[in-house]
Design a protein around this ligand. Structure first.
Ligand SMILES: Cc1cc2nc3c(=O)[nH]c(=O)nc-3n(C[C@H](O)[C@H](O)[C@H](O)COP(=O)(O)OP(=O)(O)OC[C@H]3O[C@@H](n4cnc5c(N)ncnc54)[C@H](O)[C@@H]3O)c2cc1C
Length: 385
């Protein structure tokens, strides 16, 4: 077993950490307060090479392994959940379906511009009546005269309504097969007539990230905008979520790491009863538990990435990583606020933002309950009787 990161992976960690401290930390609180999605910061993140990290150089990406990408998301989330959300959603949900399932023409048309930070792409799966149950989707796409006519709506779609959003991959019901709904994944460009993207505001968390409602009202796109094969939509969307779970896990890990570091530093500086609060065994024990959970989360997540990088099945481990990293982000940031006492509840303290930002991680891209259903299926299937 080799737990050592490569020189390249270490370099990515150092350079992304340095960037996050220099460019993101000083403005994170203000962007959160103003609910401002920053185009300027997104472009800078693009210049650093954090968009299209795993895409091959042929299509404008960095051609890196998954662990490198996950380390980058972890390091951004260590400082700010909103910017980590933009990076993770764009790479995993925006670029991945086009890169993995697009034909050569589609990849050449869309992927290179999405690797620059000048353009974002959304992943339109969730609908008002279809969240965990994505097969309850009602959005329809009817093929006639070489065109898809799309009607319906999507909700909570990350990166889909910023001024640099260029389009979304959308799951739609494209017909019926053997008495069941047939789903297809369809590419919808931003300026298509009949398509509207409306920004959602007043989120508890990720307030500086872009979230949208999408509306399709006789939105007509060419037949060649079909991604993959007709009827393959559900497989494409769910496969994309397997990858997305790794990056949501990285957000949990990074958020926990950031909250932990804030708590350790604060505990050594805060004097009560004539000594730093870290000198109390109860506080030290809390810090020990936090550090242990982070260590376990990192090992599990990196193993899942290693499986993916080595072409082995990784969906079970991705679900476990997503579930565990999201849950320890909750536990660790809770204790980090507790160690800060009343100050931890004040917006001037970054730990307050960590505490809010982690809350989505147990809900987005499959709730914790759904992760347990997914993991349960795998582990039961492993022991047939
Ligand atoms: C900020 C933000 C960004 C997002 N970005 C995207 C995006 O880019 N693209 C996208 O498509 N979606 C996105 N989502 C949507 C997100 O993935 C969904 O919110 C999530 O899948 C849960 O769906 P829901 O909110 O409809 O909850 P529901 O599915 O209604 O679930 C409500 C509760 O019921 C529980 N529940 C449901 N079914 C079961 C069951 N069978 N067994 C046990 N418990 C169950 C759930 O675990 C949950 O606790 C985003 C959401 C947010 C808030």
């Amino acid at each position: 077993m080799d737990f050592e990161l490569t020189q390249e992976q270490k370099f990515i960690r150092e350079s992304v950490r340095d960037f996050a401290e220099r460019e993101i930390r000083p403005i994170a609180q203000e962007l959160d307060e103003k609910q401002e999605f920053s185009i300027e910061l997104t472009k800078k993140i693009g210049e650093l090479g954090l968009f299209g990290m795993i895409v091959s150089q042929e299509y404008g990406g960095q051609g890196l392994d998954y662990i490198s990408y996950i380390i980058a998301v972890e390091e951004i989330a260590r400082v700010d959940g909103s910017q980590a959300a933009t990076v993770a959603a764009h790479n995993s949900l925006g670029v991945n379906p086009l890169y993995y399932f697009g034909n050569d023409e589609q990849k050449k048309k869309y992927v290179p511009q999405l690797c620059t930070g000048e353009a974002l792409w959304g992943f339109g799966l969730t609908e008002p009546d279809a969240g965990s149950d994505s097969r309850a989707s009602k959005t329809t796409a009817v093929l006639a005269d070489g065109k898809w006519n799309i009607n319906g709506s999507k909700i909570f779609i990350t990166n889909a309504s910023a001024s640099i959003s260029k389009g979304s991959t959308v799951q739609a019901v494209s017909g019926e097969k053997d008495g069941k709904k047939e789903f297809s994944a369809i590419i919808v460009e931003q300026n298509t007539p009949g398509f509207t993207a409306k920004s959602m505001h007043d989120k508890m968390m990720w307030r500086a990230s872009n979230t949208a409602e999408l509306y399709f009202d006789d939105c007509v796109v060419p037949e060649e905008n079909l991604l993959g094969k007709r009827g393959d939509g559900s497989r494409i969307m769910l496969n994309t979520l397997d990858h997305g779970r790794l990056s949501i896990a990285a957000m949990g890990l990074g958020c926990a790491q950031g909250a932990f570091e804030l708590a350790v530093k604060y505990a050594q500086q805060r004097i009560q009863f004539g000594k730093p609060i870290s000198k109390n065994q109860v506080v030290a024990n809390k810090l020990a538990d936090m550090a242990m959970k982070i260590e376990l989360a990192r090992n599990l997540l990196y193993k899942a990435c290693w499986l993916k990088d080595n072409g082995k099945p990784f969906a079970k481990e991705a679900a476990m990583s997503k579930l565990y990293c999201a849950e320890i982000a909750n536990e660790v940031s809770f204790e980090a606020v507790q160690i800060h006492g009343g100050y931890g509840l004040m917006k001037d303290y970054d730990v307050e933002r960590h505490y809010r930002d982690q809350r989505l991680l147990q809900i987005g891209e499959g709730t914790s309950e759904i992760q347990r259903l997914v993991i349960g299926r795998y582990v039961i299937d492993e022991y047939p009787v």
